[in-house]
Design a protein around this ligand. Structure first.
Ligand SMILES: N[C@@H](CCC[C@H](N)C(=O)O)C(=O)O
Length: 300
């Protein structure tokens, strides 16, 4: 592709987890990791915690099998250019983009992701709800991994929401330190592909708050899959198990960039509701973007 050709982009966020959105319906754009990192760089690029490429499922080899169920595939990349299976805030912003672009109507729609098809309910000017599927976590009530940051260590729970998370409950979110580097998670074999790490505190009855260090992006102001992982870890810690009790359980999860409401249903399905907005659009010439300069935090 001609690197001087203007590429259309939009910018959006969900609870301030922000994304560069690149419409590429026919999947013709060449977006190698270095180009994604340049676009997501906050100093020399557009800036974002990640990138959402909007591709027709039928036009993407990883999504073709989902095309009958979901017309659009969210090709999600982290700010450093790495690929991730799933992004909960990203799906909401992706759906908002589809509606705004006239590619989907407000109401119910399906989005293909690397973690499978996700069902979304989109209110025209309101919140967006996404059915995130079931959490996968090791059996038993006890945390199974350890997280270390800023000279402290906490037991943590391994929760998979399509992508990997380690959830540690702490006394004070400030104890996680500046999170300029990734917290250490042990045993490292528990996360062969790396982990997103959440630090969570209680704020009240079924109300928690978190900070997150995202794999491939650094500390962000929100993480939808992370908030779901925290909700499920908190519910298990609190002895609430919707599958066993036959009733849904809802938690409010505060993130630095806003609030998410998350429900786990008796069938194991986790549903997340929160805002999603598009804030800007324009064109960019990929050839004019330079490599992010030196610091090891792509999100900084
Ligand atoms: N911010 C996202 C998660 C994005 C992917 C994550 N960094 C990973 O590598 O798994 C969310 O809202 O879920």
């Amino acid at each position: 592709m001609d690197s001087a050709a203007p590429v259309r982009f939009l910018k959006g966020h969900g609870t301030e987890n922000d994304f560069v959105i690149i419409p590429d319906p026919d999947g013709t754009l060449d977006l190698p990791p270095a180009a994604v990192a340049r676009l997501c760089d906050r100093h020399a690029g557009i800036g974002g915690d990640g990138l959402l490429r909007v591709v027709r499922s039928a036009a993407h080899p990883e999504a073709r099998g989902m095309a009958a169920e979901a017309e659009w595939f969210m090709d999600y990349r982290n700010a450093d250019g790495s690929v991730a299976e799933m992004c909960g805030n990203g799906v909401r912003v992706f759906a908002r983009y589809l509606e705004r672009a006239g590619l989907a109507a407000a109401g119910d729609l399906a989005v293909a992701t690397r973690a499978g098809v996700r069902r979304v309910h989109l209110a025209k000017d309101g919140d967006v709800t996404v059915h995130m599927g079931a959490a996968r976590l090791p059996a038993g009530p006890e945390p199974s991994v350890t997280v270390a940051a800023a000279g402290r260590e906490w037991p943590a729970r391994n929760v998979n929401m399509g992508n990997p998370h380690a959830v540690a409950f702490v006394d004070d979110l400030a104890h996680a330190g500046d999170l300029l580097t990734a917290p250490a998670v042990t045993p490292s074999g528990a996360y062969p592909e790396g982990a997103n790490v959440e630090f969570a505190v209680d704020r009240g009855l079924r109300h928690v708050a978190l900070r997150v260090h995202e794999r491939g992006s650094g500390e962000t102001r929100s993480c939808g899959t992370g908030a779901c992982a925290v909700m499920v870890a908190a519910a298990r810690r609190d002895g609430a198990d919707p599958a066993a009790e036959g009733v849904p359980v809802t938690y409010t999860v505060d993130v630095p960039g806003g609030r998410l409401v998350i429900t786990e249903h008796p069938d194991g399905g986790v549903e997340m509701t929160g805002p999603a907005v598009i804030v800007a659009e324009g064109t960019v010439e990929l050839g004019r973007l330079t490599a992010p300069s030196g610091d090891d935090r792509s999100n900084g």
